[in-house]
Design a protein around this ligand. Structure first.
Ligand code: HEC
Length: 149
């Protein structure tokens, strides 16, 4: 009889132990879960606040209003003008001001007989690109960042 009582209390203790473990595990998992959610939120806020992301938004807006009429928004297909994807790389043998100047006023660069300007001008059958003299370096930078995203 004494042994049976002892056996019963051991079983009971084991059960209490198991329930305890489940409780602890459950709480840890729940805490981990909420912790992850929090870090995810922080990241989203960081991205929205980040200046890089703001630049992209400006670039996108400028591209849509000024360039998308002639340059495909998927950056891969030609339209009235060539696909712009990879354009920074294609101009990388020249100072970046050259590409900026092309975007501001392509015909001026063609008149100056800039080799790259002449090359695309011929390749695209002398179809003129509009001028955007109003664009600042920062704005062009933002457009190119969006183009190469
Ligand atoms: C009226 C149509 C038109 C608009 C609007 C236009 N482009 Fe173009 N773009 C062209 C054409 C056509 C070419 C091909 C070269 C040529 O014939 O002048 C070109 C070429 C280019 C090139 C050189 C591409 C290469 O592969 O080297 C860049 C860079 C460029 N455009 C950027 C822009 C940007 C940025 C905007 C907006 C701010 C813009 N373009 C708006 C028509 C346009």
């Amino acid at each position: 009889m004494k042994e049976l009582k002892l056996f019963n209390s051991i079983i009971n203790l084991t059960w209490i132990g198991v329930v305890f473990m489940i409780l602890i595990l459950g709480t840890t998992m729940f805490t981990n879960f909420t912790y992850k959610e929090e870090t995810k939120d922080v990241k989203i806020i960081d991205v929205v606040k980040s200046p890089i992301n703001k630049n992209l938004a400006i670039g996108k807006a400028l591209f849509k209003s000024k360039c998308a009429a002639c340059h495909h928004k998927n950056m891969k297909d030609d339209l009235t003008g060539p696909a712009l994807g990879g354009v920074t790389e294609r101009w990388s043998t020249y100072p970046k001001e050259d590409l900026y100047n092309w975007i501001r006023n392509s015909s001026r660069l063609i008149d100056k007989k800039h080799p790259k300007a002449l090359e695309i001008w011929e390749e695209w059958n002398y179809s003129p690109m509009s001028s955007f003299v109003e664009l600042s370096d920062k704005e062009i930078e933002a457009i190119l960042e969006y183009v190469e995203m």
